[in-house]
Write a protein that binds this ligand. Structure first.
Ligand SMILES: Cc1ncc(COP(=O)(O)O)c(C=O)c1O
Length: 453
């Protein structure tokens, strides 16, 4: 086979574009897509992918094709209730009709920006964000992915303080670009890429004293710390909630030593934990805050940072490109999605929805924990960022598989495989929550038998 096969590529893209544009596929077409998707993943994505995802792809026949409100559908119309929420992106639901309407209207006008003229939606979004974030957070910089936002936060901390060092936490997850993974708190994701940013110290999460000691020691030996970076709740580590007062203490420490406080609200923000931002729980304003995931309404990828004026120095004002200049960052289509998302969240009080439904889940989950203490070891959560902890990773995996066979999608967390998350859209109905809980109990009973617990 020649590497460059124009005829085959053209025939293929014509056929696939046809599938995308066709309202209804035939049975043969669906079968073809399933067969070809498996082959494509094995040959051109990663031969390990389907195996790695085996709890949800053993038969490999579940090819997602559409979604709506609280579920995904495969090609054959099998519906899967979404209790994973795309790792937190679907807080407003799947293809929320109101957000979609705005994005389609923007798409019909213009999608991407000239890079030179003033693109109004970027300005409106930045201005709106300043109105819905704590304290004097003011200046925004928009990016495309979470890790990219973290990169900007790290760079801004150095630019603003002149410091070079960062303090991060064990178990942290901030993304997988080289800077972000330098802050990461799990060895397996870091080892192959060492050395990365060298000026990082990891301290125990939830321990403000350890953070202060690290900063103090560095400063004593003549080093200067640029920033501390923390998640207000460690999501990927298995929903680790720090002791009350932790963020307040970290704020005080940062003020004392002239260090930028970076709060990574990529997963915890935008209503997920029952308030618009998790830092509201302690009334703390960070110097730099990152956001992403649910920010684009589950329709467009858009992430970014917002910073206080003390972080936005003259050097950056004189040369706005010095921080970054991502071609697609803050593009009109993505901004239209974020603006419509904020509108939907404020009009419908999505944070309150997440809080009430999260509390409802917690009551039921705690009842299950009482009933099956050898299987369900712990429940942690705030709003709809919830996780269940099992005795071993294999048990968690079996539960995930059991739920999937009952048409409910969940997954483990990236840093801690013993924990399985419940992170559904806030628009999931109480009726569906009851159904999820019934299916969870069935899966727990199966696992209890299988593992002799
Ligand atoms: C707290 C936090 N920061 C950063 C990221 C990275 O975001 P992305 O996967 O969009 O790069 C994640 C993703 O899970 C996250 O949870």
């Amino acid at each position: 086979m020649t590497a460059f096969n124009r005829e085959a590529a053209l025939e293929q893209v014509r056929r696939i574009v046809g599938y995308i544009e066709k309202p209804e596929l035939t049975k043969d077409e669906k079968d073809t897509i399933v067969k070809e998707s498996i082959a494509n993943f094995n040959e051109n994505v990663n031969p390990g992918w389907l195996e790695y995802r085996k709890s949800v792809s053993t038969d490999a026949a579940f090819v997602e094709w559409t979604d709506s409100v609280d579920h995904f559908e495969d090609l054959y119309g099998n519906e899967f209730i979404d209790c994973l929420g795309g790792f937190g992106i679907y807080t407003c639901g799947h293809r929320n009709p109101e957000i979609l309407k705005t994005v389609k209207a923007q798409l019909d006008r213009y999608a991407l920006h000239s890079q030179e003229l003033v693109d109004p939606l970027r300005g409106y979004l930045a201005n709106t964000l300043a109105k819905i974030t704590p304290g004097d957070l003011q200046y925004c910089f928009f990016t495309n992915g979470g890790a990219e936002a973290v990169e900007m936060a790290l760079k801004l901390a150095r630019l603003a303080t002149g410091g070079r060092w960062y303090i991060s936490t064990v178990g942290a997850f901030h993304g997988k670009s080289l800077g972000a993974i330098s802050m990461g708190g799990k060895g397996a994701y870091r080892e192959d890429y060492l050395p990365m940013i060298q000026q990082v110290q990891h301290v125990e999460y939830g321990n403000a004293e350890a953070m202060e000691v690290a900063i103090k020691n560095l400063q004593t030996v003549g080093e200067k710390v640029a920033g501390v970076i923390i998640e207000p709740i460690q999501g990927e580590a298995g929903v680790i909630i720090p002791p009350d007062g932790y963020l307040t203490k970290v704020r005080e420490i940062c003020d004392k030593y002239g260090v930028a406080m970076i709060l990574d609200e990529i997963q915890t923000g935008m209503g997920r934990c029952g308030t618009m931002w998790r830092c509201e729980h302690e009334g703390v304003t960070p110097d730099i805050m990152t956001y992403g995931k649910a920010f684009g309404g589950g329709i467009m990828p858009i992430t970014g940072i917002i910073a206080r004026p003390n972080m936005w120095g003259q050097k950056l004002i004189d040369n706005p490109w010095i921080l970054g200049s991502p071609t697609f960052g803050g593009n009109p289509l993505a901004c239209s999605a974020a603006l419509a998302t904020i509108k939907f969240m404020l009009e419908n009080d999505v944070p309150k929805m997440a809080k009430e439904k999260g509390d409802y889940f917690m009551v039921k989950l705690n009842a299950l924990k009482e009933k099956y203490p050898t299987v369900l070891k712990a429940i942690r959560g705030a709003g709809l960022l919830i996780c269940m902890e099992f005795p071993e990773a294999e048990v968690g995996y079996e539960i995930t598989k059991g739920l999937f066979s009952r048409k409910i999608m969940t997954a483990g967390t990236l840093v801690n495989a013993k924990t399985v998350r419940i992170e559904p859209p806030a628009v999931l109905s109480y009726e569906k929550i009851d159904h999820v809980m019934a299916m969870l109990e069935e899966s727990i009973i199966d696992a209890k038998k299988e593992f002799n617990l």
